[in-house]
Design a protein around this ligand. Structure first.
Ligand code: AMP
Ligand code: MG
Length: 422
């Protein structure tokens, strides 16, 4: 089995209040045994639509996984829809009735008649026990393809999913797995990254074991996801390692991580390696930079302190930023950011000082300094760097991108310092 399709059934999943998270879990587990998910559908509790989807899915994919709609009430139609699509009549399974009755009796209750619906099984299906609820799951072989039904509640679905993967899918996979690496890039736009990576990607696709690639852009960060499907874990790791090396050569210092680490973890690692401590003075980010740095366990090894100097008065009182500098250049300016960074480092008595100032919006912008303007300064032993950027997006996005710029500037400065030494 190579390809799968997931159908998440539940009218609540089509409202703004519920998200289909089951399919993420299912995808993760299928990938681990070499099955790629080709398509996902979210559909309401509508019998005819679900039946049509199942029929169509079986023409495209080896495995069709449904979740949801196995409850005892009239609005749960997955069982009926599948029985219709596969033309398999539903028959009551007395063992399931007994098991459900038992579950109710254990709680001192009588089984409501409507729960009998959960004992209806398409002819020839295998029953998957539900250890956390009443609705059993179902596995139905269709020639060399299969349809599998899981209940919607995640804690009922997950043990069943594990069992199916372990007992039914892994043995058929021939040891195949999908292996992944993620490269994280800062300081480039999605189109720049794509332009540079595309020629490399197309060569990989032509290889004997093709590497599939996806580019994911978030504000302030681009991710390149590489995946390989093969039966040899060693081959996969070697293929991916070579690919990562090639991309790292193409992107240089813009790549900040190829091993799953976040930017704050990478910065922390560089600080720790130098035994340097950091102090951060933040205006527009309101403490976000320090919050991210301290998300990393063990950050007390290198984080000294953070100061949120939001007002001009705070900048002069806490960081000794000269008043006349703020008057002459404005609070959002390179001289003020630099003075904040120097003030942070000197008042804390540490090697690395960071200053972040900017206009997060929606108000406060001007022609010369529009909303989204952010200035970051980093100072260290015999080095300093100041960068001004203009970020798109609303307030929270600007704040996040500003924190990203601050962390990335620290990273680049530390890398350059390390390469000077080395
Ligand atoms: P069911 O009775 O099988 O339709 O499942 C209903 C419960 O499971 C509800 O609480 C749903 O919000 C939850 N649920 C159903 N489908 C999903 C899904 N795809 N992802 C996460 N939760 C789900
Ligand atoms: Mg439902």
């Amino acid at each position: 089995m190579k390809s799968a399709e997931i159908i998440a059934v539940g009218s609540e999943l089509l409202t703004p209040s519920r998200l289909d998270t089951n399919s993420l879990k299912i995808t993760e587990r299928l990938n681990a045994v070499g099955i790629q998910v080709r398509l996902k559908t979210v559909v309401g509790d509508d019998r005819a639509t679900v039946a049509n989807l199942v029929e169509a899915a079986l023409t495209r994919s080896d495995l069709v996984v449904l979740t949801g709609g196995l409850g005892p009430t009239d609005d749960d139609v997955t069982r009926d829809a599948v029985s219709e699509a596969l033309a398999l009549p539903l028959e009551e399974d007395p063992r399931i009735v007994e098991r459900i009755q038992q579950r109710f009796e254990e709680r001192g209750l009588r089984m409501p008649e409507i729960n009998r619906r959960q004992a209806m099984v398409p002819r020839g299906a295998s029953v998957l026990e539900n250890v956390n609820g009443t609705a059993p799951g179902l596995w139905i072989d269709c020639g060399d393809k299969a349809v599998v039904l899981f209940p919607g509640p995640p804690r009922e679905m997950q043990p069943m999913l594990d069992l199916v993967v372990h007992e039914r899918l892994a043995p058929r996979s021939g040891g195949a797995g999908v292996y992944r690496r993620v490269l994280r890039i800062a300081g480039r736009t999605e189109s720049h990254a794509e332009e540079r990576a595309q020629p490399i990607y197309s060569r990989w696709l032509a290889g004997a074991t093709p590497i599939e690639t996806t580019i994911l852009a978030a504000p302030g960060q681009i991710e390149l996801h590489l995946s390989v499907r093969t039966t040899s874990e060693n081959e996969a790791r070697a293929r991916l390692e070579a690919a990562v090396t090639e991309l790292e050569a193409a992107f240089g210092a813009d790549v900040f991580s190829s091993d799953g680490r976040s930017l704050e973890e990478v910065v922390g690692g560089l600080l720790r390696a130098r035994a340097w401590r950091i102090a951060v003075a933040e205006s527009c980010t309101g403490g976000l930079v320090l919050s991210r740095l301290t998300d990393v366990p063990g950050s007390s090894d290198y984080v000294e302190r953070g100061l949120v100097a939001y007002s001009n008065r705070a900048k002069t009182e806490l960081l000794r930023v000269p008043d006349d500098l703020i008057v002459a250049d404005g609070a959002v300016s390179e001289p003020v950011a630099l003075a904040m960074a120097k003030g942070a480092a000197s008042t804390a008595g540490v090697a690395i000082g960071v200053g972040v100032t900017g206009i997060a919006g929606p108000g406060g912008g001007s022609d010369r300094k529009p909303v989204g303007t952010v200035v970051v300064a980093v100072v260290g032993p015999e080095m300093q760097r100041v960068r001004t950027f203009r970020f798109p997006g609303e307030r929270r996005q600007v704040k996040f991108q500003a924190s990203q710029l601050a962390l990335d500037t620290v990273r680049r400065l530390l890398l350059e310092d390390a390469s000077r030494d080395g």
